[in-house]
Design a protein around this ligand. Structure first.
Ligand SMILES: Cc1cc2nc3c(=O)[nH]c(=O)nc-3n(C[C@H](O)[C@H](O)[C@H](O)COP(=O)(O)OP(=O)(O)OC[C@H]3O[C@@H](n4cnc5c(N)ncnc54)[C@H](O)[C@@H]3O)c2cc1C
Length: 409
């Protein structure tokens, strides 16, 4: 059996490694001419690290990432609200890793080239559409010189991200993405370690400005660390979603100018950042079906979600081994793809919908509303630890990284 994959992002590459483990041949066609260090940070929760670990990548990832020790919440005055241990520090068998997106993509790419072959990933090859003649799926590709190539395979997987051409061909009448009313600006900057040096923090609430901050590379010899920050602010109209759209500090810095806490100078950190990126917090309604004959979808192409709750990359990573397992089950290809669809679509749809209404940072919404966004004297008078733990536990259940759902944990 041979599988052709459109897109060599985090989802497509993890799928390739999973197929290889299952003894299935595959090739990837990636539009980008090179895998450049694009994007900013991503957080990988224990459920996705479990997958990457089973693919033998834990050591390589740990050497470039930060093992997150805790997730902590603060109000916009810098007052401590809540803290939960993360990953192995919370008793999971697997760590939570904060990592630069480029570092995980390159780690996966190296492993694909080493295990499957140097020519497994065709860079500079843009998928333009497909045909499925019943006997084979054919991916139509434009090569680097404009040459048109048809790639025949037993199955085709659209892992080509939020602008997926495979999804568009399967669902041509799908409307525009749904804007949540929030735009995010993000960047990375070398800065002094804060708190534990491995803390993921969420600060403030969307209405008056919210930040998510975490270090993504180990501390360097000069004592500095690459810190990833995401500023989330309510804005009436979104820009087009484009992961690499440049943003401007002037468009949002006013919200954070007085965020100089004794444990972190947030405003100073923002001013010191070169190369700010802007992205609208959009998603799409879950699809009724991903798999049609010999063609299916995976990752952001299948379940684009609001990038909140650290699940965009995580759910794409979980798709890979599930699809490989069904394809190696002995079922005919179309039935195997339908079984994968039955397993992963309901699970990821729940995450998409929960990210709209009830992500873990709902804790901060509660604090914002109950205090009128004012400083508090004692957090216990505002919200109980039990209430806060209940919010994060609910999210972990939906995203399937509650401890009881992670077998072996
Ligand atoms: C450049 C970039 C920067 C990002 N930065 C961040 C970030 O800072 N933080 C964050 O949380 N998430 C970021 N993301 C999104 C994050 O990587 C995904 O949400 C998640 O990893 C799911 O992975 P995926 O493989 O499904 O999608 P992606 O990681 O988006 O990968 C899709 C791949 O398909 C390729 N592709 C697209 N169209 C075609 C085509 N027609 N033919 C062939 N290949 C195609 C893309 O170049 C890309 O390599 C970024 C994505 C990209 C592409």
């Amino acid at each position: 059996m041979k599988v052709v994959i459109a897109g060599a992002g985090i989802g497509g590459l993890t799928l390739a490694l999973s197929l290889h483990e299952a003894g299935i041949d595959c090739e990837l066609y990636e539009a980008a001419p090179e895998i450049a260090p694009l994007g900013a940070g991503v957080n990988l929760l224990p459920h996705s690290i479990k997958v990457l670990s089973s693919l033998g990548l834990l050591h390589a990832l740990e050497s470039v990432a930060v093992e997150t020790t805790e997730a902590a919440f603060f109000n916009r005055h810098g007052q401590f609200v809540h803290r939960e241990r993360a990953g192995r520090f919370a008793g999971y068998d697997h760590p939570q890793l904060s990592i630069h997106r480029a570092d995980i993509q390159l780690t996966l790419l190296d492993a694909v080239r080493e295990r499957i072959g140097e020519t497994a990933v065709h860079l500079g090859h843009r998928a333009t559409g497909f045909t499925d003649d019943g006997d084979a799926a054919v991916l139509h590709v434009t090569g680097p010189g404009g040459d048109q190539i048809d790639v025949r395979a037993d199955a085709l997987v659209g892992a080509d991200g939020v602008h997926s051409v495979v999804r568009r061909q399967l669902w041509p009448d799908e409307g525009d993405p749904r804007y949540s009313g929030v735009t995010m600006w993000r960047g990375t900057v070398e800065w002094d370690p804060y708190l534990t040096g491995a803390s993921m923090i969420r600060v403030g609430w969307l209405t008056s400005g919210k930040m998510v901050i975490y270090p993504v590379r180990p501390v360097q010899e000069n004592g500095k660390q690459l810190i990833n920050w995401v500023a989330e602010v309510e804005r009436p109209r979104p820009q087009r979603r484009e992961w690499n759209r440049a943003g401007a500090l002037e468009d949002f810095i006013d919200v954070f100018e007085d965020w100089t806490f004794d444990w972190l100078d947030v405003a100073g950190m923002l001013h010191a950042t070169e190369g700010v990126l802007e992205y609208p917090m959009v998603d799409q309604d879950p699809l009724e079906r991903w798999s049609f004959g010999r063609v299916t979808l995976l990752g952001d192409a299948a379940h684009p979600m609001i990038p909140r709750g650290s699940n965009g990359a995580g759910q794409a990573i979980l798709d890979g081994p599930a699809l490989a397992r069904h394809l190696s089950s002995g079922l005919p290809v179309a039935e195997a793809l339908a079984a994968y669809d039955d397993e992963r679509r309901p699970a990821t749809s729940r995450v998409v919908l929960t990210n709209r209404t009830n992500p873990p940072d709902t804790i901060l919404k509660e604090v914002y509303e109950r205090t009128g966004d004012q400083p508090f004297d004692n957090i216990d008078d505002v919200i109980t630890t039990e209430e806060m733990t209940a919010i994060t536990s609910r999210y972990k259940q939906v995203a399937a990284y509650a401890k009881e759902q992670l077998s072996g944990s």
